[in-house]
Design a protein around this ligand. Structure first.
Ligand SMILES: Cc1cc2nc3c(=O)[nH]c(=O)nc-3n(C[C@H](O)[C@H](O)[C@H](O)COP(=O)(O)OP(=O)(O)OC[C@H]3O[C@@H](n4cnc5c(N)ncnc54)[C@H](O)[C@@H]3O)c2cc1C
Length: 469
């Protein structure tokens, strides 16, 4: 049966890869934690070809693993080891179909990289604000399927909030044409919102209408040093009050993150050092630069008077803005270069974050003396990347043997404070077991009903989000 699928797809002139060597990059995830196998990697070029692939798999009960840029951090985009499936790569579906200057929308195919969409918007003098460190490789289909967040959520929202319409292929091969660029459309169930964040378990996104915004006239970035997470949360409140919607970025960075970046990347530029924490603040304004700069400086001066911050470096040019952001963007790669780590992409009410970090890091240190907490993230959204690296000298396998107990210490506290164990990376293979414990039976029950109704054969990305029953 599988070989008849490959023959069938080849006869339809749909590009298919079957050599083990050529399939390899599609079968291992970015963190190199999950390695699967597949009958083939299929690379359709059009909506019609995606429909034909899904229909053929549906008829033959062959599972489909949709894949965009394969930059996901939870093993969602690669097959589960031992499963028999195809990888459906959307990368060749990469046209910008339309840009509407008056409606402030862009219609793009799922395989467009995020930077391609940003560039198309910039070419029209507009802004597409979704921004992640993986933007050169991740795709808009993957961004929507994982409901990606990134560094501008504070002002513009996550991928879901940026999407107005969707085109998709459902698990039985039905094409869903809902590419509407409407900001208001109350005509029943929001089907696009079911597919967004579904991590490829309910269908394949082939195109989307995304919101665009006017480009800010001025952008200023500051890198400030502080003593504690408490101080960072107070600074966030002050900056929100004074800058309102001009505050577009607020990233927390622990000192260890900067140490890792300068250890692994020679390009790292010198920044204030010697404090426990730093915040990268960004202000984007429609005012002219002198006015925006004065307002921004006033906030920093007030924060200094209130003793919330110890010192601050303020960018003086676009190049300096980029250099400061580069430090933040390199943290994930620096941590990967340092070796194995246990990631926790958690979200909490902002008001609970400082107390959580204080109490939970003490609990972790008591249970695993010498563990290194690599704590950074989108504090303005209540989202931390609260990652744990092994004590220096401990082997990866010895460290990973403690993964379940480390996760339990972190997640029990997160959930006790009404937080979430996945803020923006999704569940994938990594957390589909754990969510069974941390989400209510009623919520999981409704999720299963939706999955069974839309994908009764269970062919869409099995073993991800929900454990098979
Ligand atoms: C250095 C680095 C930094 C990152 N920073 C962030 C960050 O700040 N915020 C954040 O949210 N994430 C971040 N990520 C995670 C990742 O980049 C995002 O989740 C991204 O949105 C994934 O896009 P992708 O195209 O690579 O998707 P993939 O990894 O290919 O797939 C992700 C999931 O979506 C499904 N999928 C992909 N395309 C489709 C489609 N067309 N239709 C249906 N399902 C599909 C896959 O099956 C999988 O479950 C980061 C990753 C790296 C490596």
């Amino acid at each position: 049966m599988p070989s008849t699928l490959v023959t069938h797809l080849a006869a339809l002139h749909i590009p298919v890869i079957t050599s083990a060597l050529d399939m390899q990059p599609f079968l291992i995830d970015w963190r190199k934690r999950y390695q699967g196998n597949a009958l083939a990697v299929v690379q359709p070029r059009t909506l019609e070809q995606v429909r034909q692939v899904v229909q053929a798999c549906h008829a033959r009960n062959v599972a489909i693993v949709p894949q965009g840029g394969n930059t996901g951090l939870v093993g969602g985009s690669v097959p589960v080891a031992g499963d028999t499936s195809i990888v459906l790569s959307l990368r060749k579906l990469s046209a910008v179909r339309a840009l509407d200057q008056q409606n402030l929308t862009i219609t793009v195919e799922a395989g467009c990289t995020l930077s391609q969409v940003q560039d198309a918007a910039a070419g029209a003098g507009l802004l597409f604000p979704l921004s992640l460190a993986s933007e050169g490789s991740c795709t808009i289909g993957g961004n929507l399927s994982s409901n990606a967040g990134g560094v501008q959520v504070l002002r513009y929202g996550n991928a879901r909030e940026l999407c107005l319409g969707i085109e998709a292929v459902m698990p039985d091969g039905t094409a869903l044409h809902a590419l509407r660029g409407l900001r208001k459309d109350n005509t029943g169930y929001a089907l696009k919102d079911l597919l967004i964040g579904a991590e490829g378990t309910l269908g394949v996104i082939t195109a989307a209408v995304m919101k665009l915004f006017p480009r800010p006239r001025t952008q200023i970035v500051a890198f400030v040093a502080l003593e504690s997470v408490e101080a960072a949360v107070s600074l966030l409140g002050l900056a929100q009050k004074r800058l309102d919607s001009s505050l577009t970025g607020f990233e927390l960075i622990a000192q260890i993150c900067l140490d890792l970046v300068s250890k692994h990347f020679k390009e790292a530029s010198p920044l204030p050092a010697g404090s426990a924490y730093y915040v990268l603040l960004e202000c984007s304004d429609s005012q002219e630069e002198a006015v925006a700069r004065e307002r921004f400086q006033q906030v920093l001066e007030e924060a200094m008077e209130l003793e919330l911050i110890q010192n601050a470096a303020v960018s003086a040019s676009v190049a300096q803005n980029k250099a400061m952001w580069r430090q933040r963007e390199l943290i994930s790669e620096a941590q990967a270069a340092e070796g194995t780590n246990i990631k926790h992409d958690i979200s909490l009410p902002v008001s609970a974050i400082a107390g959580f970090v204080r109490a939970n890091s003490a609990r972790l240190e008591q249970a695993f003396p010498g563990m290194r907490l690599v704590n950074f993230g989108h504090l303005g959204d209540g989202n931390l990347h609260y990652n744990v690296s092994p004590p220096l000298g401990m082997s990866d396998s010895d460290f990973l043997a403690h993964q379940a107990s480390i996760n339990k210490i972190v997640y029990d506290d997160v959930v006790a404070l009404s937080g979430s164990i996945s803020a923006e990376h999704g569940l994938g293979q990594l957390k589909c077991q754990e969510i069974e414990h941390y989400k209510s039976a009623a919520e999981l029950g409704v999720m299963r009903q939706i999955k069974n109704a839309l994908d009764p054969k269970g062919i869409m990305n099995p073993g991800k989000v929900l454990t098979p029953r």
